[in-house]
Design a protein around this ligand. Structure first.
Ligand code: NAP
Length: 283
């Protein structure tokens, strides 16, 4: 068997065209363009790349973006004051603070300071709680992007056994909640999980979000399954690679996402969807 490739890059480009059209209509109807404020602290190279992709996509689809750059030694209070100001700004519909923040800053306090109505990353406890309570408003971008990919390949989720590897607030936990909401039977694995190969072998739908290159061996994959690799790691040669042994896994899975070009572009496009959603909700 050779898996079909889930081309997130191509699908995200298609969605970008749709959102561009929706925003054009929104503006034609007399609204201002949705506004997204992006906050970046420090000079982590990966964060710089992610932020520039987000800003570029805003330009492409017609979202008005503003970038707030801070040095790594910025104090907590300065960021809190900026968030308060953005919360009050009537031209801003979405606020995104690029994570992780440099050590010394309290991420939790900053995330919770964002007005949940402008929380386009969907990471405020209010929005995570809404997802847990099965009435989501703004949903975390990467898990929502994965759900959009799964819907697009028409896989039958109800009753499927979904195994999520990784339990972070950013990806693993909300991913498990999304899959549960789609009526999967969900197993969540983390660093203390016993017998990872056995858990992986049970997965009809496998979502991996750990950040360890090649952690998931191809031979563990259940034949005919759907494999979604969220992990992004740098190989020794400097290439972007996932958490799953792609070449071995593609001979067992029915569907598989590549890295790069799988989940990453979906995260960015989902941020655009969330920003438009926030603008609609706020108007
Ligand atoms: P994180 O906060 O470091 O969480 C990693 C999770 O993996 C934790 O729950 C950890 O368990 C678990 N884990 C660690 N070692 C494990 C092992 N040996 N077996 C099973 N689970 C293990 O990372 P994150 O922020 O969720 O990100 C995960 C990966 O996704 C990273 O590579 C990141 O770059 C990538 N990512 C990609 C996108 C995208 O758009 N493509 C978006 C976000 C993140 P404990 O809870 O026990 O510590």
């Amino acid at each position: 068997m050779s898996a079909k490739i889930i081309d997130g890059k191509k699908f995200a480009a298609h969605l970008a065209d749709n959102i561009k059209g929706e925003i054009l209509q929104w503006v034609t109807d007399g609204h201002r363009a949705p506004g997204l404020a992006v906050v970046i602290v420090g000079d982590d190279p990966a964060s710089q790349v992610y932020v520039s992709k987000k800003i570029k996509m805003c330009e492409q689809v017609g979202i008005s973006s503003s970038l707030h750059r801070f040095s790594a030694d910025t104090g907590q209070q300065e960021l809190i004051e900026l968030i308060d100001q953005l919360n009050q700004d009537p031209k801003i519909d979405g606020i995104l603070v690029q994570l992780p923040l440099p050590g010394g800053l309290n991420e939790e306090q900053i995330t919770e300071r964002i007005d949940p109505k402008k929380d386009v990353d969907g990471l405020h406890p209010y929005n995570l709680g809404r997802l847990a309570a099965q009435s989501p408003l703004l949903r975390p971008c990467t898990p929502r992007g994965v759900m959009t990919l799964l819907e697009n390949i028409n896989v039958d989720l109800a009753g499927a056994h979904a195994v999520v590897i990784g339990a972070s607030n950013l990806v693993g936990r909300p991913m498990a909640l999304e899959l549960l909401r789609a009526r999967c039977t969900v197993t969540i694995c983390h660093s203390r999980t016993r017998d990872l190969p056995k858990q992986v072998g049970q997965a009809d739908i496998l979502v991996v979000a750990v950040g360890q290159a090649g952690l998931i061996k191809g031979e563990w994959i259940k034949p005919g399954s759907v494999v979604i690799d969220v992990g992004t790691n740098r190989s020794e040669a400097g290439h972007l690679i996932g958490d799953v042994e792609f070449e071995a896994a593609r001979h067992r899975a029915a569907w598989i996402t590549p890295v790069p070009g799988g989940v990453g572009p979906m995260t960015v496009i989902t941020l655009m969807q969330n920003t438009l959603q926030a603008a609609r909700n706020l108007s």
